[in-house]
Design a protein around this ligand. Structure first.
Ligand SMILES: Nc1ncnc2c1ncn2[C@@H]1O[C@H](COP(=O)(O)OP(=O)(O)O)[C@@H](O)[C@H]1O
Ligand SMILES: [Mg+2]
Length: 324
């Protein structure tokens, strides 16, 4: 994969406050890149710098091989920003809004009309095009906000908390549309302080805390920074002590299993396995060979929430994610 964005030592201060603090990372072409951090971490400030809305105090940024300081206009033309705050005109219709934003990028005539139709149906608003934008439901307004940002078919889409306050249906639609945009070749930066979404759709994730990069990688890589293990929990039918001990001994020799133990006198076995362990066939095979019936088998992987806490020392702020 090619590097699409490189950010080196980016810093932005607001008076005494350093909102972005010597931040470096890269985004690869064609990925959904998650930008995860609590409120106030510096996400919006960073994205506004990348989108040329805000100037950094220091640091270098290149987008698609172009230097941000020297090629502001070109970079602007390949970016679609879906801002954190709803940014369209409430008195215009949905169609008028998308037409206005797409025309800012030079689209005209038939091409413009087609791009607007496509963007509106892409976010599921084809039936609402004549309604005044301010009268649309909260979820529809969020979807319209996306349509305004993507109608000109940007190579890079920057989405700043696009699902805050949306209903479940709109949320699903937005998640689906982000994947479709990626599959169509766009590179996407997706910002959220809502963990499950980031886990669901992002190819790689950067964890930002107090304007700094705490960690970057795939979900598995991030988890492995904190632990290399997960637990497999197996519930069995009643079994006598001797058979149980024998099974535990054999289970402990399966490659990838580092420890096997019984939960007290319960018919429950805990296996400590590698984070990447996924093939349970040898586990089931061993239990069957020993004559033990399995009731259930479950895996308890460390979650990103725990990892986030370990890496940043703070929890993601949950009360400001009013997901329905
Ligand atoms: N224009 C501004 N003037 C002063 N402080 C700002 C401004 N924009 C953001 N900040 C501050 O910078 C920090 C980072 O903000 P922001 O980038 O919006 O974080 P996030 O998007 O991660 O919630 C916060 O402490 C915020 O209050
Ligand atoms: Mg923000």
């Amino acid at each position: 994969m090619n590097e699409f964005i490189t950010v080196n030592n980016l810093t932005k201060r607001f008076g005494e406050l350093t909102a972005v603090d010597n931040l470096s990372f890269n985004v690869e072409e064609g990925e959904i890149f998650g930008f995860l951090g609590p409120n106030g971490a510096g996400k919006t400030t960073t994205l506004n710098i990348l989108s040329t809305l805000l100037e950094a105090d220091s640091g270098e940024v290149t987008v698609d091989g172009l230097d941000l300081k020297k090629n502001e206009r070109e970079i602007k033309s390949i970016i679609g920003l879906v801002p954190q705050e709803i940014a369209f005109y409430k008195n215009l219709t949905a169609r008028e809004n998308v037409t206005f934003f797409a025309s800012l990028y030079g689209l005209k005539g038939k091409v413009l009309k087609e791009a607007v139709d496509e963007a509106l149906s892409f976010v599921g608003l084809e039936g609402e095009t004549k309604k005044r934008s301010g009268k649309l439901s909260g979820g529809m307004q969020r979807r319209l906000n996306i349509a305004c940002g993507i109608a000109h078919k940007p190579k890079l889409i920057v989405m700043d908390e696009p699902t805050v306050g949306v209903d479940a249906k709109s949320r699903e639609l937005i998640m689906h549309s982000i994947r479709t945009l990626r599959d169509g070749g766009a590179t996407i930066i997706y910002t959220s302080h809502y963990m499950p979404e980031v886990q669901e759709i992002c190819d790689r994730i950067a964890i930002i805390s107090s304007g700094r990069l705490a960690a970057i990688g795939t979900e598995t890589e991030l988890l492995s920074y904190v632990t290399n293990h997960k637990t497999v929990v197996i519930e069995t039918e009643n079994t006598d002590e001797e058979i149980f001990s024998k099974a535990l001994r054999i289970l402990g020799t399966i490659p990838g299993v580092s420890h096997s133990s019984r939960q007290g006198n319960e018919n429950i076995i805990d296996l400590d396995v590698d984070l990447t362990f996924s093939n349970i066939t040898p586990i089931l095979g061993t239990l069957l060979d020993c004559g033990i019936s399995v009731r259930s088998i479950d895996s308890e992987a460390p979650n990103l929430e725990t990892t986030f806490l370990a890496l940043t020392g703070s929890e993601l702020n949950k009360e400001e994610t009013p997901h329905v």
